[in-house]
Design a protein around this ligand. Structure first.
Ligand code: CO
Length: 205
């Protein structure tokens, strides 16, 4: 299996070099992505592929069910680096329909570490119980919950001191919430974007 992977890599590297001879030297010299992507670890939702972007064009953080925990040092470190060092222009929180993490959060599971990780989704399910009950099918309820989890993630990113600081100094940085459909390969905008002024105004009030 591993040898297979290494052989595929050599083939890919050779092909890429043949298509564009300075491809690797160019990328090795500079990383200048416009996007920071917070997505699910699900193997079917690779950021570069579904967004049609090349290596070098998107800085990526993925975790189970694309949850934005406000104390996740891994996510916060990546976010800070993306904003402060890479100066990305757009931050995308991307969920997906048919998410196994969201499904697990709606089931009674034996105690596991994943229960702790998924707790924010359980909390969302309780907060939006009336909204979710409008969907008769369990699949539709989970998909709606996946959307709510993205919206919540966008708010949480906007509320981090990292974004507040960036907006206060005038950075033109926007945070968007998208959802990906495994069945049709489409990304949809959930219309919950935050941008400069959006959060500062709330603070001033
Ligand atoms: Co998922």
């Amino acid at each position: 299996m591993l040898n297979d992977l290494l052989a595929r890599n050599q083939e890919w590297s050779k092909q890429r070099h043949a298509e564009e001879s300075d491809y690797f030297t160019r990328l090795a010299a500079l990383q200048a992505p416009e996007f920071f992507w917070i997505g699910c670890s699900d193997s079917r939702v690779p950021a570069n592929v579904v967004a049609g972007l090349d290596p070098g064009e998107v800085f990526v953080h993925r975790n189970v069910a694309n949850i934005v925990h406000s104390s996740d040092m891994n996510l916060l470190s990546a976010l800070e680096f993306a904003v402060e060092a890479l100066k990305v222009r757009e931050i995308i929180v991307c969920g997906h329909y048919g998410c196994g993490g969201v499904k697990a959060a709606t089931e009674d599971l034996p105690q596991s570490l994943a229960d702790h990780w998924l707790e924010p989704i359980r909390r969302l399910a309780r907060s939006y119980a009336v909204d979710l009950a409008q969907q008769p099918e369990i699949e539709a309820r989970r998909d709606r919950l996946a959307e709510l989890n993205v919206v919540e993630g966008v708010w949480r990113v906007c509320e981090t001191p990292i974004l507040q600081r960036a907006w206060r100094r005038g950075a033109n940085l926007r945070v968007h919430g998208l959802i990906y459909g495994l069945k049709d390969g489409r990304l949809r905008d959930l219309d919950c974007s935050g941008g400069p002024g959006h959060f500062q105004k709330e603070v001033a009030e």
